[in-house]
Design a protein around this ligand. Structure first.
Ligand code: SDX
Length: 429
């Protein structure tokens, strides 16, 4: 028996269908609302609005649950790798060995950039923001021919596009770092797996290959895996909106890079480190930071805290907090910012302002500590987030592209501007 909700307005009632998801989530289907009542809904920030149905990622914000294609993030963090999770998100199931081997081979084959990219990098000033470079270069990938044949199947074409994006986003990131450091670009090494190859391209000297320790490779694998998808967040919604016009996957993901850059979203991991450093250097005390965060007029927020969906804890933050301890211990790194982070968390979780608003550490609160310990510069933190999120963007773009009922995104508005008036010639104003 289909469930419905009754809406009564102006002495008229209509029945609106209620959609139920596989985890019991309920949504009011308002597709017919305007045609039957003339009403639209208004929900700034879409906090109460579902833009789509999706089978990729499930989050229960009350219980701190995160699953990729049904598999809990804790199990994937313990058992899987970023490349395998990328395949899982995109194709909806864990790969067979042959499928994973083929995917890895495509990532190796697609790692290098066309030599003409060199001129694009040289066109940027050395202090150009890496996220600006990344967004431009992701779009530019589509300007170059890729392996493929005219009669290739749509599935083959998509798999090559996905492999190009996942592989090249890492090469572009490394090149932007090398350019900023005034170092020569390092070509990908086809013998190295995904993460080790990235670290090689980032840190190898011209005649001394950088061999990352297993602990560092594991730590970065974990960070990328934990960032791989997160349902309809700001940047993923951007991919869907851009992709809904049938723009290609490169343009859609390049737009998502721009959305992720914002300090309220993926840019928070950099802002967390800047905040921790400011406290550590004595610019402000932890108590000052808490006080300012509670004062809405200060414009200051406790970066890395709060979340639109998680209202108890972000399971990724729990995993990263434990990993921070382990990685710094393995690397013999003593980072005073970790102590500052812990102090801040402890103070906030005892303060009614944060408890009442259900503000807890999110994925960005501890990730920067680990990235810093493995040698990633702060201004590359959000770029690392983008590398991790690329498979999620691709999976969500494909899910929408494969949906025969998908329509171009075109939200409505409630107009609050001036009512009709006449044009006044400039000499009469
Ligand atoms: C990510 O959506 C995703 O899934 C994102 C992400 C992903 O994987 O894609 O999880 C990644 O973006 C994590 C979030 C990273 N951003 C930050 O850490 C920046 C700091 N956090 C906030 O700006 C904020 O918490 C957001 C942006 C994360 C959520 O914003 P909301 O849901 O719009 O919440 P809100 O601004 O309406 O806040 C509700 C109340 C307000 O106070 P009141 O008006 O009720 O008095 O809580 C306050 C806010 O002022 N508040 C904070 C705060 N976050 C919310 N106060 C101080 N410090 C904070 N961090």
């Amino acid at each position: 028996m289909a469930r419905t909700a009754t809406l009564t307005f102006n002495d008229r009632s209509i029945q609106l269908p209620v959609v139920e998801g596989s985890e019991g989530e309920l949504g009011l289907d308002i597709s017919k609302l305007r045609s039957e009542t003339g009403l639209i809904t208004l929900d700034p920030g879409y906090g109460n609005t579902g833009a789509c149905t999706s089978a990729i990622t499930f989050i229960d914000g009350e219980k701190g649950v995160l699953r990729y294609r049904g598999i809990p993030i804790e199990e994937l963090a313990r058992e899987s790798t970023f490349v395998e999770v990328a395949w899982l998100l995109i194709f909806g199931r864990l790969p067979q060995q042959a499928e994973l081997d083929d995917f890895r081979e495509r990532l190796v084959r697609n790692a290098a950039l066309h030599e003409a990219f060199r001129h694009h990098f040289e066109g940027f000033l050395v202090d150009a923001p890496p996220m600006a470079i990344l967004s431009a270069m992701v779009n530019t990938i589509a300007c170059f021919p890729r392996r493929g044949t005219e009669d290739e199947s749509p599935e083959e074409r998509f798999l090559e596009d996905a492999s190009q994006l996942i592989s090249k986003v890492r090469t572009i990131a490394a090149c932007s770092y090398r350019r900023a450091m005034g170092l020569p670009f390092v070509y990908p090494d086809s013998k190295l797996p995904y993460v080790a190859n990235f670290l090689h391209m980032m840190f190898s000297a011209p005649y001394a290959e950088h061999v990352a320790s297993p602990e560092v490779v594991d730590a970065l694998n974990l960070i990328l895996l934990l960032h791989a998808d997160h349902e309809q967040n700001c940047s993923t919604s951007t991919v869907r909106i851009v992709g809904s016009s049938q723009a290609n996957i490169y343009a859609s993901c390049a737009a998502a890079v721009g959305a992720l850059w914002g300090p309220l979203h993926g840019g928070a991991n950099m802002a967390v480190l800047e905040m921790l450093e400011k406290i550590h250097k004595g610019g402000i005390s932890a108590a000052d930071a808490i006080k300012m965060a509670k004062d809405s007029s200060s414009g200051f927020r406790l970066m890395g805290f709060g979340h639109r969906v998680y209202k108890n804890f972000d399971p990724r933050a729990k995993i990263l907090k434990q990993a921070a301890d382990k990685v710094l211990g393995q690397l013999g790194v003593k980072d005073p910012l970790l102590d500052v982070a812990r102090q801040l968390e402890e103070m906030a979780l005892k303060d009614s302002y944060f408890v009442d608003r259900r503000l807890y550490p999110n994925v960005d609160f501890y990730s920067g500590i680990i990235m810093r310990a493995i040698g990633i510069p702060t201004n590359m933190f959000t770029v690392i987030f983008a590398i991790g999120r690329m498979p999620g963007w691709i999976a969500q773009w494909k899910e929408q592209a494969d949906d025969p009922k998908a329509r171009i995104a075109r939200p409505r508005q409630i107009y609050t501007g001036p009512t009709e008036k006449r044009y006044v010639p400039i000499d009469q104003r």
